[in-house]
Design a protein around this ligand. Structure first.
Ligand SMILES: Cc1cc2nc3c(=O)[nH]c(=O)nc-3n(C[C@H](O)[C@H](O)[C@H](O)COP(=O)(O)O)c2cc1C
Length: 368
């Protein structure tokens, strides 16, 4: 079914296709709730987990960037997702970069984007979530980033996150700090350890001031390759995270390089700069997840994202150490059916391996 729809969608520019898909989902969310739910949702006790105090009905979530302004929260549950990460939201509304800013790479089933975090800003998104979040029974994560301000110093940029946190954290089940997006002075990300220290100090102080018990996750950049030996920067990030009590890590964001693609050099040159997502990212995400699993304390949650588009890909990520997975590009190429296919496949893979719960699979290949 999606393959027919996709043929039409792929005639449109990626952002137009995204808008068309959203419009269809908005209609379905109102007029065809039961049909959508019957077709897409799937439940099994094998898939549910309680992590960081949150109940997840299944481990497959929507990655940040797909529903930046939280427009479709009730729809994602109907579609069978186990949780949603809205955002990234910034304190100020942003139009993002000039178009075109998203490109499909069909030969690689991948995407390159340089969206530049277009979003309606924390105040407006908070108002929308406040209206609908009671109708949404799956966990809601909200990803925060800092407003684009090329000359902002670290302290001002951290305060930008704080203002978004103040408005949005009371409405969410968890908050992700998108520290891997180069929307900061001179293109540096908040993964730079001294900057991360400032950011976490500000956020955890705000969290205490609001007496919120909400888990805070950090989203990381991908490693340069799937074989890299991790350096002291990631060690420092984890130590700083440990000091402030960060509850989990998301691995990973898009890659700025173009390693391992089938798409030709001329086509890539025409596209230009941007973050690469989809299957070419998967091995690197798995590599980082494995490292995190070996390095982190039990109780800290790992969310694996990058090229998840099948049950086998999700299972590999989970066995590497991720308790939860997320997807973006897989949805674009495979459509909404992919969520149910992943969940059904995970149950079958657990049965094949004699596991009573998906939680029993987490980290079983982390030593590799
Ligand atoms: C068009 C587009 C926009 C994105 N926007 C965001 C964003 O706002 N915040 C964020 O943390 N990640 C963003 N991402 C990254 C995804 O959340 C995810 O980390 C990445 O795409 C790898 O997963 P995938 O291979 O399943 O797409 C975006 C990805 C794409 C393709």
């Amino acid at each position: 079914m999606y393959s027919v729809f996709r043929r039409w969608l792929f005639q449109l520019a990626p952002e137009q296709a995204h808008a068309a898909g959203f419009a269809a989902a908005q209609v379905a969310q109102i007029f065809a709730r039961r049909d959508v739910q019957e077709r897409f949702s799937y439940a099994s006790p094998v898939l549910s987990q309680r992590l960081a105090g949150i109940y997840f009905p299944n481990p497959v979530g929507l990655a940040a960037g797909f529903d930046k302004d939280a427009r479709l929260l009730p729809f994602w549950e109907l579609m069978g997702l186990g949780y949603v990460e809205a955002g990234s939201v910034t304190a100020h509304r942003s139009r993002g970069n000039a178009r075109p800013r998203a490109f499909r790479l069909p030969l690689d089933s991948a995407i390159i984007n340089r969206m530049g975090l277009p979003n309606q800003g924390a105040r407006r998104v908070a108002r929308r979530i406040a209206r609908v979040h009671k109708q949404c029974r799956i966990p809601l994560g909200i990803s925060l980033a800092n407003s684009h301000a090329p000359h902002a110093e670290v302290v001002a940029a951290a305060d930008d996150y704080r203002r978004s946190f103040m408005r949005l954290a009371p409405l969410a089940d968890y908050v992700t700090l998108n520290i891997s997006c180069p929307n900061t002075a001179h293109g540096k990300t908040f993964e730079h350890p001294p900057s991360l220290n400032v950011l976490l100090e500000v956020i955890f102080r705000q969290r205490a001031a609001q007496q919120l018990d909400i888990p805070v996750f950090l989203k990381l950049s991908p490693p340069a390759s799937a074989r890299i030996v991790f350096d002291s920067q990631i060690e420092e990030i984890l130590s700083i995270g440990q000091f402030y009590g960060v509850h989990g890590y998301i691995a990973c964001n898009t890659a700025s390089d173009r390693v391992g693609l089938q798409t030709g050099a001329a086509a890539l040159a025409e596209i230009g700069a941007g973050g690469l997502s989809g299957p070419p990212l998967r091995a690197r995400s798995v590599h980082l997840v494995r490292y995190l699993y070996r390095r982190l304390q039990s109780g800290q949650v790992i969310l694996g994202v990058g090229g998840i588009d099948s049950a086998l890909a999700a299972y590999e990520m989970i066995r590497a150490g991720a308790s939860l997975v997320q997807l973006y590009t897989g949805l674009v190429y495979k459509g909404p059916e992919v969520v149910r296919a992943i969940n059904e496949g995970l149950v079958a893979l657990c049965a094949r391996d004699g596991l009573g719960s998906i939680a029993d699979a987490v980290g079983t290949d982390a030593a590799q």
